[in-house]
Design a protein around this ligand. Structure first.
Ligand SMILES: [Zn+2]
Length: 462
């Protein structure tokens, strides 16, 4: 290193410092932006990135130079590189910097210029502790919102920046998009999940560094703490989406117990809609808590309106108009308890390629369940082929799936007439239709016969 300048940590820098060198790890990085100079028509580029050298200290850097030079620098250095910085100047960050750069702990920003400042990879093996900083989130892990919060408050959260702790559910291919100015840019979408709800959130990435970083993300395995992701309504998808901006910092596999919890949940959480609904219905703690009365028509309208990304519940007073207990279709099935999907009884093993059982990671555990459909109708309309949760069916029929299989046809017919064309109170969990799921899914989690008096009292007008 040059004589006369000392290695200085980020926390010891002050406004005007320039006689120092710094060793730190890159934790965030953006693509360079090119700005046309009004004075002489030339262009200059600025490349922003973020350095960290201790758990509590991180700082933004603005590196200025010719467009070619800055492109080259940005291609050379990546998130996770430990770098030596020489001849940078520390100055107070300006308020407008906050719009383009991550929120950091240092009140300063390092300004660097082509031809004056130097940046190179740190070659000595004396910085193991810096590598660990890559797994420390830049915000308190508690300062986050869940995907359920986002889907339930999507109106209020439009345009807001939030922090997320999520697991990668799927990583899309890199797409080339033509902009209005006939420039080609790259875009990649990543679906994210967490343990708060069954609906994923799409993360849109336009930044080449993060697009490249996402190559290493593994579905249902990589946990991300994302600081300052921007939420916006997506007109095409008709739902709220998140986008990586210049302010965003992504911490991969953060080192905290909450991340382990999320990963454990993601490994076995169902992703197929039917399995999600079944999982919701089976784990519905207290069906009696479902008390919002709705007519069949209201349930159906809400379920197809596109306003509700996540599930909702309803108490419906309606008659059972279809209940095919003595038909030709099997009404019991075997379910894989790892992925919640049905197992083909002739094979006996879960064949879902995404299930940890089929990849040999988990031992097969199955359960016999009821697989019943019921149609309901009131004066406003009908709800056709609602699934019935296995426990609701067992309660209604007062037997287990195995008992049911052994029953005579006459006994099944008699059982059917105990409910068919009777007025019932049904408690439902509904997964509304989305762009990917054209019809809503309905599951009855509890059903009981009601008297005419109660029915007439509770039945809504519309
Ligand atoms: Zn399975």
């Amino acid at each position: 290193m040059a004589a006369g300048i000392a290695k200085t940590p980020i926390h010891a820098l002050s406004h005007g410092s320039n006689e120092f060198f710094l060793v730190a790890i890159i934790i965030a990085k953006q693509s360079p932006r090119t700005i046309s100079m009004k004075s002489d028509g030339s262009s200059r580029s600025v490349w922003n990135f973020t350095l960290r050298d201790s758990p509590a200290h991180y700082i933004n850097v603005s590196f200025w130079g010719s467009p070619e030079f800055m492109e080259n620098m940005a291609r050379t250095f990546h998130i996770g590189d430990i770098v030596d910085i020489v001849k940078a100047k520390a100055t107070y960050a300006r308020d407008q910097d906050a719009n383009f750069m991550p929120n950091v702990t240092s009140p300063l920003v390092l300004r660097m210029s082509e031809g004056i400042s130097e940046m190179c990879l740190h070659t000595e093996q004396d910085c193991a502790e810096l590598v660990r900083l890559l797994r420390l989130p830049t915000r308190p892990i508690e300062a986050r919102v869940t995907l359920a919060d986002i889907h339930h408050n999507s109106q209020a959260l439009q345009g807001k920046y939030v922090n997320l702790l999520v697991v990668v559910s799927s990583v899309g291919a890199v797409r080339q998009i033509n902009t209005k100015r006939e420039r080609q840019i790259e875009c990649r979408e990543v679906e994210m999940m967490d343990n708060s709800c069954a609906t994923c959130l799409t993360l849109q990435i336009w930044d080449s560094e993060v697009i490249y970083q996402a190559d290493n993300w593994k579905r249902r395995e990589t946990v991300l703490f994302i600081a300052d992701v921007k939420l916006d309504w997506n007109n095409y998808r008709k739902r709220i989406c998140a986008a990586v901006t210049g302010r965003t910092v992504i911490t991969e596999n953060p080192d905290c117990p909450e991340a382990i919890q999320q990963r454990n949940h993601a490994r076995t959480a169902p992703t197929v809609a039917v399995a999600i609904l079944d999982h919701l219905a089976t784990n519905f703690a207290d069906p009696a808590s479902i008390s919002t009365v709705m007519s069949c028509n209201t349930v159906y309208s809400k379920a197809v309106s596109g306003e509700f990304g996540d599930s909702f519940t309803a108490l419906v007073y309606a008659a059972v108009i279809e209940f095919d207990l003595d038909g030709i279709y099997p009404l019991t099935a075997t379910k894989c308890l790892q992925c919640q999907q049905l197992v083909d009884d002739s094979v006996g093993l879960c064949m879902n390629s995404e299930c940890p059982v089929s990849s040999g990671l988990e031992r097969p555990v199955t359960e016999r369940i009821f697989d019943l459909r019921v149609s309901l109708a009131d004066h406003t309309g009908s709800l056709d082929k609602c699934r019935m949760s296995s426990s609701a069916a067992a309660h209604m029929l007062n037997c287990t799936p195995d008992d049911f299989d052994l029953m005579s046809l006459d006994a099944k017919t008699a059982l059917k007439w105990q409910y068919l064309f009777h007025r019932c109170a049904s408690r439902l969990v509904i997964l509304p239709a989305t762009n990917n799921r054209h019809s809503p899914l309905l599951s009855i989690v509890a059903i009981e016969k009601v008297s005419l008096t109660e029915y007439a009292e509770k039945l809504p007008m519309y």
